[in-house]
Design a binder for this molecule. Structure first.
Ligand code: C5P
Length: 232
């Protein structure tokens, strides 16, 4: 499994997204399409970016009854995405059903990763609203273990957790880590951040980078800097 940089295309229209990708000319970065763009433009935006030669991480975080998730995953698999995800909170039954739905007739399937606890959920909220009394890191590691047991390929996590996830679930269990910032860059609303070089050192497999690339004066140069720091 090679390391790669995934650009979070957090735009809300096809035009804006394609204008951004046009800047990359011959290069074909791995891109993340999230709910905002997918709900605005529908599956056609996935097909169009795929046809341009990009790998796609479709970040829709599915969470429903196993049968519904299985059927929805079959549709996403048909879109030929390279990576997609779900909430581990849907339980192992839902994760196993998702894998079944995602697997194509020829046995191939997109990479499937789990969201453990959202980084927007505090330990206090988890306790008061979800009635989960355990410490956050224990919950995150347990959800990662459940995802691994269900046959998933990895988790989305903070780069600060990537080392611990690999220790618990093995080095081949993929860690996809947002919260990346250049050493000399603005943090924005992210709190726990890491540079691409540090994410590499701690063992992240994929970094998801949004604003440090999309809002840069020269997005292509910022992307190449990520590649240099994280991949080379
Ligand atoms: O612009 P920025 O680099 O902060 O974007 C990070 C991307 O990763 C966004 O698409 C954000 O929604 C996503 N993400 C995150 N933290 C998580 C999960 C996803 O920042 N825990």
């Amino acid at each position: 499994m090679g390391r790669d940089v995934i650009i979070a295309c957090d735009f809300n229209s096809r035009e804006e997204t394609l204008r951004f990708l046009d800047k990359f000319e011959g290069k074909k970065p791995f891109v993340k399409i999230g709910m905002e763009l997918f709900y605005a433009e529908g599956p056609s935006i996935v097909r169009e970016i795929k046809a341009r030669g990009h790998k796609i991480f479709l970040d829709l975080k599915l969470h429903d009854i196993p049968n519904t998730v299985k059927k929805a995953m079959a549709v996403l698999s048909g879109l030929d995405v390279d990576m997609t995800n779900l909430h581990a909170g849907g339980t192992s039954l839902m994760m196993e059903a998702a894998l079944e739905g995602l697997t194509r007739e020829d046995g191939t399937r997109p990479i499937l990763i789990a969201v453990t606890q959202l980084t927007s959920t505090s330990e206090e909220r988890m306790k008061s609203d979800l009635l989960i009394d355990k410490p956050m890191d224990e919950v995150v590691m347990h959800y990662a273990s459940c995802a691994k047991s269900a046959g998933l390929d990895g988790v989305v996590c903070s780069p600060l957790e990537a080392g611990a996830v690999h220790e618990r679930c093995g080095k081949n269990f993929i860690t996809v880590t947002p919260g990346i910032r250049f050493a000399d860059g603005a943090k924005g609303d992210q709190v726990r951040v890491m540079t691409p070089a540090d994410a590499k050192a701690i063992g992240s497999d994929y970094i998801v980078v949004g604003r440090p690339i999309t809002a840069a004066e020269d997005p292509v140069a910022a992307y190449e800097r990520c590649l240099r720091e994280f991949v080379d």
